[in-house]
Design a protein around this ligand. Structure first.
Ligand SMILES: C[S@@+](CC[C@H](N)C(=O)[O-])C[C@H]1O[C@@H](n2cnc3c(N)ncnc32)[C@H](O)[C@@H]1O
Length: 233
């Protein structure tokens, strides 16, 4: 993929994201779009079903991070688990540029990136193909008329359940109270998903393997982060 453009994509359902580019990419990051991204891009999900094992033969686990922002969390989790395939999706091109820089600097061999809508990747993944799905601080779309743009809808929740292996985990984190309630309501009614919380500490305290994200550090929401952890039956 060369010369990232400002043209908004035209595919798919309502946009669940805001800008796809905010400023000119730094020359080094722009170069990585030409040199590194072609090597680590997820195959075109519109062309054929995706096979995670073909993306990284022998991968012991497959994780999907939706909306990785600048890629700090994705890169850190990938560095901690070199045997796991880490698929990251993000339409914001400056974020993709930042993630490419992290992958390059840290020499990560287990990251694959989709510079676009995660829902395209979800639709192309086979049933029961993922161990983890991570949604960290998704765009909150706080106004009522924008709620339909939220990433978590009944349809996407069913997709998360479909692509997770039995025992696989979904993590949803937000610092917007209304979105936490919204997501909880939808995930709880999704067949195949079980909420793992037993006590308030389970949603108030970060799980042991959580990596603080750039957006989390900004504390832009109206509540402390809420951590919702679900398992696939
Ligand atoms: C508020 S930011 C948080 C970024 C990062 N997770 C963090 O915590 O720093 C939400 C991100 O989700 C991305 N996003 C929104 N809808 C998406 C979608 N359908 N597929 C992939 N990424 C999406 C946005 O472009 C944005 O970068």
């Amino acid at each position: 993929m060369s010369a990232p453009s400002d043209t908004p994509p035209t595919w798919g359902p309502l946009r669940s994201f805001g800008r796809i580019k905010s400023r000119t990419l730094k020359p080094r990051q722009a170069a990585l779009f030409d040199t590194l991204l072609p090597k680590i891009a997820v195959p075109d999900p519109a062309a054929a079903p995706l096979d995670p094992q073909a993306m990284m033969p022998g991968a012991e686990e497959v994780w999907l991070e939706i909306g990785f922002g600048g890629g700090e969390h994705l890169a850190e989790q990938a560095a901690r688990r070199p045997q796991a395939l880490m698929i990251g999706c993000e339409p914001f091109l400056n974020g993709v540029g930042s993630a490419l820089r992290h992958v390059d600097e840290r020499g990560l061999a287990n990251v694959r990136l989709h510079a676009g809508d995660a829902r395209e990747v979800l639709a192309a993944l086979p049933d029961a193909s993922l161990d983890r799905v991570m949604i960290l601080f998704p765009d909150p779309w706080p106004k009522g008329r924008h709620h339909k743009r939220r990433l978590v809808q009944d349809e996407t929740a069913c997709e998360f359940a479909r692509v997770l292996k039995p025992g696989g985990r979904l993590r949803f984190v937000t610092d917007w109270k209304d979105y936490a309630d919204w997501a909880l309501e939808r995930l709880l009614r999704t067949p195949g998903l079980i909420w793992l919380a037993e006590a308030a500490a389970d949603w108030r305290e970060a799980p042991a393997d959580h990596v603080v994200t750039r957006y989390e550090e900004k504390k832009l929401g109206d509540t402390a982060p809420v951590f919702l952890e679900f398992a696939r039956k």
